[in-house]
Design a protein around this ligand. Sequence first.
Ligand code: SF4
Ligand code: SF4
Length: 342
Amino acid sequence: MISKKDLSDLFGRLAAKNRVVVPYVKGERLHFGDFDPKKEDVIELGGIRQSQPFKSFINPAREKMTPCGKDKKPLIIAGVKACDLSSLVLQDFVFQGGDVEDPFYTENRNNTTIIAVDCTYAKETCFCIAMDGAPYPRKFFDLSLSAIDNHFLVEAASPKGQKIVDDFRPFFKNPSLHMVDIRQTLRDRVSKQVQGFIDKRGTQNTSQIKGTVKKNYDLTEFWKDMASTCVECGACNLVCPTCHCFLLSDEKDTSGAKRFRSWDACLYGTFARVAGNHNPRRHLHERLRNRFDKKFEFFPEVLNYFACTGCGRCIEACPGDIDIREVLKGLVVGKWSKPPHD
Ligand code: SF4
Ligand code: SF4
């Protein structure tokens, strides 16, 4: 275990050779930012997931496609929540799982040490448990921290995580077995809260959702109703920890030509457009349907994994009030109403 005070000192020591990123409270939300000991009182290593998806550190919104990295400081990012950790299955599959590994992604991934934390409460938009997740880290982290009073229970899950513990041993003390029991009680409490939100709304789970997009693929009236308030802003794609589609662009300035990779969004009208102006998903409802098809049919089929972690970010971000839980419910129960909007 480590005390809150020692953890802050540890971040300070780590920041000498690494870029250390932590979550800060800003209004009602959490945002990632570089560790600054002067802002210690607004660091939150608990709470819920940050507004910004963790993917933006390993698959940045805009990245120059030229070898860099040599002078890049290693990144240590603390406060990553379970719903962002789950998204790594998808990101790793897309950028590392094919015949050719993406060297930029791999470099970012290898350069990053993940310090995960338990959620200490859930909000109404959280439904990680319905997507086979949990509000605490289970895998894909190097170190995990569970807040208990003025301490954190620490778990090292990789050689990178263990190295931090070994290199800074005096900061860490042996916990009592009692702390492990308290952690379980706290985890059960937040899980119960998430399950309560799921039950209250009748949010569907993965076994109920399985196969329903395929079954209702030609229910055009349904997809049109669901897309009726979409304004094609792409926010649902951009905030989603599992979305990974990108666009390459070449730009030229006085120093020469450069290639950039930027996040793309499958809700954009031009997303699927190809040469000759042919567009297989010309209509908005086709693009919305494609988003659900990919998340809830394609990935379960090829990876046995749903491409939604239940983080709820798209629900908060959508200016058209399209709630992914309501779309899925409409598909499963066969009854739906248009998204409410004034
Ligand atoms: S969806 Fe689950 S893991 Fe994500 S913030 Fe909410 S409670 Fe935490
Ligand atoms: S689809 Fe929505 S709820 Fe699911 S992971 Fe993406 S942003 Fe989160």
